[in-house]
Design a protein. Sequence first.
Length: 323
Amino acid sequence: MRNSGQISYPIDLAGYQYPHPHYLQTRARINRLIKRYFSSEILSDRLADLPRQFETPHQRIWEPINWHAINRNQIIGIDPELFLKVLAGAAEVEAPIRAYAKESWDYLQAIHPQMARFMGGQFARDGKTIEVGIWEKEERQHCPTFAKIYQQLTGEKIKPKPNSVQGYHSTGNLRQDVYKHALSRIATEWSATSVYLWLMAHSTGELQQAIAQPLQDEVNHLAKFWGFTRWAFADSYFSRLKGTTKNLVGLLKHHKGERTHGDDVFQLENTVHAVELAFTFARVMVKLRLWNYTLKPRYLESLFGASPKRRSLGIVRIRKTAA
């Protein structure tokens, strides 16, 4: 509890809980959340978990959610209707996880079977699913979670309109195709991480704690894909930033006509919130840049073995590590 004169502010996951926060106070809450959930130590821990996932796949355990305690009074510093529209949009984005997982499997199977299994699982020759990938298991919890939060806040059920998935498209250059797909995955995880951090900055209590569960999955997946891509392709931060940003813009354009309320936050009357969201995207990428400097070739090779670039091979074979 913070005392400022005669005013006392409780503390939640984002720091001081102001009833009517101005821009700088909201920005401070965003920074606090990034420090809490997106530190270099957390990113390194999530990346180091990837080789263990290849050996013994295991799903991240969520903290319990007290659904009945979630209410509209836990939305702070924003018009509740705008908050709900962004929440509904998040459910739509998360809806076609099976299609996303299969798309990743199609790209990764020929060049890195273990990463393909982590994303999309395993399939029989007839196409029947033998095993669901850990990435898919974790991600497929998100749409129902946001839909349930929405119902708890409004008393109404939503039927998310899934985004279309572009699917596998070969150019004849498998390595380049996989690299572009990896950048696309980084773009979607970057976007989800940023939006969920922003939603948490405008919420408190059980509502904030509920959003923290899918957020931690997105941080986990972003760290894994970022580090894996850095190891597999040895590209520079700026090359990845340029490619990821290009992919993000392309995805926004692709889905613009599909989302029910995709652009509501960018309307003129919501300028402050648009700036907050842009700030969140930028801060997440700044933290990734700082972490990227710690991803030295020797460290990455201690996790995954010699990089494909060093071995001058087009096919990636990961070194086995103990679980």
